[in-house]
Ligand binder design. Sequence first.
Ligand code: SAM
Ligand code: NAG
Length: 259
Amino acid sequence: MPIFKRFGLLSDLYIALQLALTPTLRHIWATPSLIFHPTAISRIFMSYVWTAFGAGIDENNVQLKTSLITKNAYGVVLDLGAGHGHTAKYLDTTRVTKYVALEPNILMHDAIRRTADAAGFSEPSGTLLILACGAENTTTILTSLGGYQPVDTLVSVLTLCSVPDPQETIKSLTTEVLKPGGQLLFIEHVRNPLPNVAWWQSFWSPLWGLAFDGCRLDRPSHTWIQKVGGWASEELTGTDGEDEEHLFWHRVGKFVKAT
Ligand SMILES: C[S@@+](CC[C@H](N)C(=O)[O-])C[C@H]1O[C@@H](n2cnc3c(N)ncnc32)[C@H](O)[C@@H]1O
Ligand SMILES: *[C@@H]1O[C@H](CO)[C@@H](O)[C@H](O)[C@H]1NC(C)=O
C-alpha cells in the first residue's frame, strides 16, 4: 500500500479541523461548562464538519442512492443517523408514507426539517418525524412509532460506523423494529478485506473518531448484517470503480427480511 493511500485521510482531517475548529471553540468560549461534556463538543464539531462535507458526499452518490433508495424505499422509512436529511431527497412521495429521521445530534435537526420539507415531508402533515435518540435506543424508537416492528424500510447511509455496540444494535433493529418482509438498505464504509489496509483502518480509527463523532473505519458492518440472519434475500455490492486498497471501502446492500 503506497504512502499516499496510507496517509491520504490526513488531508480530510486537516480540512475538517480548519473548517470546524474555530466555530467549535467559539461555542466553548460562550459556554465554558462544555469542557466537562466531551460528547457535546464532539457533536458541535461534527455538525460543522457535516455542514462542510455533507452536501458534497451526497452529490457524489446521487446515482447510487437513486438506484438503491428511490427504487426500493416504501412505507414507513427509518433513516438511521439522518445527518442533514439528505435521504429525504431520494424518497418517492407516492410510495413512502412517512420519513422518520433518527438523529441524536440535535444541532442537525433544523437542516433535516428543511431538506425533508423541500422533498414533501413535513411534521404538520404527519409525514415527517424527527427522533433525537440513538439507533441503539430501540425502546424509544418503538414507543415513538407506536408498536412492535413498525418500519417497512430501514436506511443506513454512513452511520453504522459510529453507533455504539453495532452488532447488538443491528440485531435489535432488524428483529424488533423492521417488519417481516421489510428491507434494510445501506451504504457503508467498512473494514477492507485486505489485511494491510485493515491494519491502517484500525490505526487511524481512534484519531478519526475524535474528529468524526466516533466513526470507525474498521468495522465489518456488512458482515454483521449478514450474521444477524433471517433474511429472505441479500444483495451486496461495492461501488463502481472504487480502489480496492481504499481506507474508505464501501459496501452497498439491499437485504429483505423473511416473512
Ligand atoms: C457520516 S454522518 C451520515 C449522515 C447521513 N446518513 C448522510 O449520509 O448524509 C453519520 C451520522 O450518524 C449520526 N450518529 C452518531 N451516533 C449515532 C447513533 N448512536 N445512532 C444514530 N446515529 C448516530 C451522526 O450524528 C451523523 O449525523
Ligand atoms: C433513549 O432516548 C431517549 C429520548 O431521546 C432518552 O431520554 C433516553 O435516555 C435514551 N435511552 C438510552 C438507553 O439511550
